[in-house]
Design a protein around this ligand. Structure first.
Ligand SMILES: CC(C)(COP(=O)(O)OP(=O)(O)OC[C@H]1O[C@@H](n2cnc3c(N)ncnc32)[C@H](O)[C@@H]1OP(=O)(O)O)[C@@H](O)C(=O)NCCC(=O)NCCS
Length: 154
């Protein structure tokens, strides 16, 4: 299993966009499948923030995680670096890949000189807490309660 920049595997953009949109489309206004795909195509053009890392096994796509400057516009005042779109395909869950992707993006954020990295999560607070993230406050995104968490990557 390998974690690589999406820029190395741009052919996976359409399927990744479908996974992401099916998972989170309800949380963002005007975030259509086309917008999700355009964002990932943009991420695939670069190797620094904002971009996406992908997990692969024998060229099969297993999951992804993004490092972006803004996730939900409603939360932009909280910080300027966000872990976003952590996703592991259902068949590959429960084997530690989610934790590996989180650690990989935190290390990548340290390389990018990010001092404080944020995320929001509707239901995985304890998963991130086990990886060293601290719960900060609560918010509501389009009717869904979420927890804001942060970590210092360095
Ligand atoms: C959350 C997600 C990325 C975890 O991926 P994963 O590869 O199964 O994660 P891991 O195997 O590293 O699991 C790490 C731990 O979290 C737990 N965990 C995994 N999925 C969980 C879930 N849906 N709910 C609660 N705990 C979960 C595992 O049991 C494991 O616990 P352990 O360390 O005590 O054994 C994956 O379930 C997923 O893609 N979900 C849909 C998208 C999503 O919700 N992303 C997070 C947005 S904030």
């Amino acid at each position: 299993m390998d974690i690589r920049p999406l820029a190395d595997h741009p052919g996976h953009v359409p399927v990744l966009a479908r996974w992401h949109h099916a998972q989170w489309g309800h949380l963002y206004e005007d975030w259509t499948l086309e917008v999700a795909e355009a964002e990932l195509r943009d991420h695939a053009t670069r190797r620094d923030m904002p971009t996406t890392l992908v997990a692969l096994e024998d060229d099969e796509l297993l999951g992804s995680v993004s490092l972006v400057e803004e996730d939900a516009p409603e939360l932009r005042n909280h910080g300027d670096a966000w872990l976003a779109s952590l996703y592991v395909r259902p068949e590959a869950r429960g084997r530690g890949l989610g934790a590996l992707l989180v650690r990989a993006v935190v290390a990548f954020a340290a390389d990018q000189r990010v001092e404080r990295l944020w995320l929001f999560t509707p239901e995985h607070e304890s998963f991130y807490a086990r990886l060293g993230w601290r719960a900060r406050e609560s918010a509501t995104l389009r009717g869904t309660p979420v927890r804001l968490m942060d970590i210092r990557p360095a």
